[in-house]
Design a protein around this ligand. Sequence first.
Ligand code: HEM
Length: 403
Amino acid sequence: MSQPALGERSLDLTDPATFVDNDVHGFWREVRAQRPVHWHEATDRHPGFWVVARYSDIQPLFHSEALSSARGNVLDVVLRGDDSAGGSMLAVTDPPRHRPLRNLMWSAFTPRVLGEVVEQIRQRTDRLVSAVVELDEFDFAAEIADQVPINTICDLLSVPVEDRPELLQWNKMALSSDRADSSELDAISARNEIVLYFMELAQERRDDPGEDVISMLATTEVEGRLLTVEELAVNCYSLILGGDETSRVSAICAVLALIENPEQWRALRTGEVSVESAVEEVLRWSSPAMHLARTAIRDFDVDGTKVRSGDIVTLWTISANNDETVFEDPRRFTLSRSPNKHLSFGHGPHYCLGAFLGRSELNALLSALVARVGRMEQRGAPRPIFSNFLNGYESLPVHFESR
Ligand code: HEM
């Protein structure tokens, strides 16, 4: 199917269908060249906002004290007016509260806990890949990519196994959809379900603590007081929110890119390129979170453009990750790319708390593919995700030959 020519036309970045129906990389190339910082006009449903597209502008803005995350860090939420979790959930908390809260969350990611979780990731991924090799056809998203991230976070939080499928379903509804017609209301009610679920679990662990991460968060003070049950719940949710879909889409994107670039798959299988280097290119290439949103809390200047206090600012990391002034031939999938300072995990104070886990999941996937799989074949079109935040696909029909 040929893509519509973009010309001078602007795309509606608030509309999820925009990212499915257009040559998005062509659009960003043009934006970086012609209007790297520009105002996105208001639509009949949403106010206007700033769009920032170049790496050299975006990277420093991640550190800017003129920008706040407290009204939300995803465009859809900020456009609605406010994030109800602002000031409670780590990702949408500003200094000075952000630092002590982040330290508490960090202490849940100790080497001992992570070491065990990484080993579980490796075993789970290897088991899943072994089970699909030589099947006539299967959906890589459903059989493998859906299974690893949610179970990793649930292992971390000791969520009972029987509750996990429902959490996965809610989370899919909360962030994106494979249906173009799904409503914002579905997403909001799914988010509420997740928070309510974790409130109940947090209360149970506070009353009867165990060895798990929720119990630790429930019984440790931050700035002289325990977190409320609501704060505990939104921060548990933030681990799912941050770590499930992003990891999932990057895994699906990895397999698709390896199928479409057989010489890169060969280089990985023969050990010509390391798994670690391949993981970084997959992260750059997939850019799972296409943008991060902020709100200006004072006037400032970016690239000669005046941004006023109260304005919404969007930082398009998918564009930064393909900025030709930083990445040579950016639309080539090059597993050996070095340096590869992509912004897929963000930058600065909110840099992804789960970056190590995200990398470990991709590392486990690529290692299992190298160990078990020979030829990979695509068996149909992947189904795209309708979202202006998440980049990628919901399904990917494939066949794996054994090695
Ligand atoms: C923050 C991406 C995996 C938990 C972020 C941010 C990005 C990101 C871009 C910055 C948000 C901002 O600046 O507003 C990703 C990607 C992942 C991934 C691409 C996988 C490929 C994970 C995992 C977890 C996680 C596995 C948890 C287990 C978080 C949390 C934050 C965060 C809690 C907020 C940190 C803060 O505000 O201090 N992530 N993430 N992420 N991520 Fe991830």
